[in-house]
Design a protein around this ligand. Structure first.
Ligand code: PEP
Length: 250
């Protein structure tokens, strides 16, 4: 059985104070982490304090990006060990905003996946097609290339440790969600792609999230799909009450 994982990606939002206020508010609301792993991903400057505020809550801490090198002359970058030191257990890699605005490539994402796993962090590896690509019938070609590129050279034991997030770019922050069946179809395709490289056993274990305008009113239908094992939530994860409703989707 794959334990669902629901992660909030706060992107470039919230100061340290605002992050702590969110966590305090969330902790005051009753939420159930027994059925799903729950993660929040604040920005770098808030990670350490957010991690301390989350202690004992059952909610994990994740970062939104990292460099793959251990240390060195990489001004402005943060290493896997630094994230772990700040209390992170998860890291989002290859988000479409990083691919689009910061020219991240499948090869870079692959370096990050390997480095994160080596450090004992769980990578949440994002893949997804643009609207143009979808309309040109290229969804599987694009997503397949991103999955194969991101996972290249991993061992089957490692691939089961990571999470893949299918996030169609046209659904991110637009209010347009893929239909649950459509999203499940691409997640099933991702699982078949993983099976083709690492075998059925590993593919059956890897968790695949859907992301793209997930909210309290569409989470249940998405989570009911057989190949969707959770959600990566942007906008709706910024408000503690809204995020709690998503966590408590059952
Ligand atoms: C995201 O950025 O990962 C995301 C899914 O955003 P939103 O939920 O706002 O579409």
């Amino acid at each position: 059985m794959r334990k669902p994982i629901i992660a909030g990606n706060w992107k470039m939002h919230k100061t340290v104070r605002e992050s702590l206020d969110f966590i305090r508010e969330l902790r005051e609301i009753k939420f159930d982490t027994s059925k799903a792993e729950v993660v929040v991903c604040p920005n770098f400057t808030a990670l350490h304090e957010a991690g301390q505020a989350l202690a004992g809550s059952g909610i994990g801490l994740g970062a939104q990006n990292m460099h793959w090198e251990k240390q060195g002359a990489y001004t402005g970058e943060v290493s896997p060990a630094m994230l772990q030191d700040a209390g992170c257990r998860y890291v989002i890699i290859g988000h479409s905003e990083r691919r689009q605005y910061f020219a991240e490539t499948d090869q870079g994402v692959n370096h990050k996946a390997k480095a994160a796993l080596q450090q004992g962090l769980t990578p949440i590896l994002c893949v997804g097609e643009t609207l143009e690509e979808r309309e040109a019938g290229q969804t599987e070609a694009v997503v397949g290339r991103q999955v194969k590129g991101g996972l290249e050279g991993l061992e089957s034991g490692q691939v089961t440790q990571l999470v893949i997030a299918y996030e169609p770019v046209w659904a991110i922050g637009t209010g347009r969600t893929a239909s649950a069946q459509d999203a499940n179809g691409v997640c099933a395709f991702i699982r078949r792609t993983v099976a083709g490289i690492f075998g059925q056993d590993s593919a059956a274990k890897v968790r695949i999230q859907y992301g793209g305008s997930v909210k309290a009113d569409n989470i249940a239908e998405l989570m009911d799909q057989p190949d969707i094992d959770g959600a990566l939530v942007g906008g709706a994860s910024l408000d503690a009450a809204a995020f709690a409703k998503i966590i408590n989707y059952r």
